[in-house]
Write a protein that binds this ligand. Sequence first.
Ligand code: ADP
Length: 259
Amino acid sequence: MSVYTFGIDIGSTTSKCVILKDGTDIVATSLYNGGIGTASPERSRAEALIVAGLKPEEIAASTATGYGRNRVENVDHNVSELSCHALGAHHIFPGVRTIIDIGGQDAKVISLSENGKMKDFLMNDKCAAGTGRFLDVMASVLQISIMDMAMMAEQAAEPAQISSTCTVFAESEVISQLANGTPMPDILAGICESVASRTASLAKRIPMVPDVTMSGGVAQNAGVRNALARQLGVEILFSPLAQFFGALGAARYAYEKLN
Ligand code: ADP
């Protein structure tokens, strides 16, 4: 009989769930905008169960991770997001030794051992620049979706210079660029470069042992990914499941605890 385990990652902005079959096959993912303190964690859990075609009692073990992990009921384990991102990334890329995680409110660089355990980490949780928050603020100023941002940035002729390191000042700078007639793709490429350079200065303080991958929602932005790879001089492996690495690692942790 198959064994199903459940992982939930409650972030600052988004709730993510993964259900694993026998510790290996992903049978459901679900993502709801809204993190800690919202209805999204429970909605996300309910949707993942529907997608997998399972009843709650058919889940053998579950783990909560992320910023809001202490506020979830009906889970068996509670594990830090650093360990879960490491387990999740290792599940998809067994050779991964460095993870750059850019979420909605912070950025982390995590070193892994060969067996996918977290060895060391650095974090920026003091400043919105270099996190998803910076992209969210800019997307709102420019009235475009976070998904369209990367696509439009690809059409840039020359990325605009965003020199302010503060999100609030950078917002004024972007408005001035618009007023001066800088093309939108160039502004967007400049915004991606700016997030990448903030994260690169954090990442440079930890050895970039390959393979390197990204986790978190911002990993989906190819503009940030490519700028970061160029600025750090490394190849960055990409998985469309990058935003689910924490939840995946949590489901994997629940499975390992059963055995
Ligand atoms: P958290 O766990 O802190 O809630 P996530 O790792 O789930 O953070 O990432 C959420 C962030 O990812 C948000 O800032 C959101 O704007 C950003 N994001 C989500 N999808 C995309 C995308 N396609 N391109 C760029 N950023 C994205």
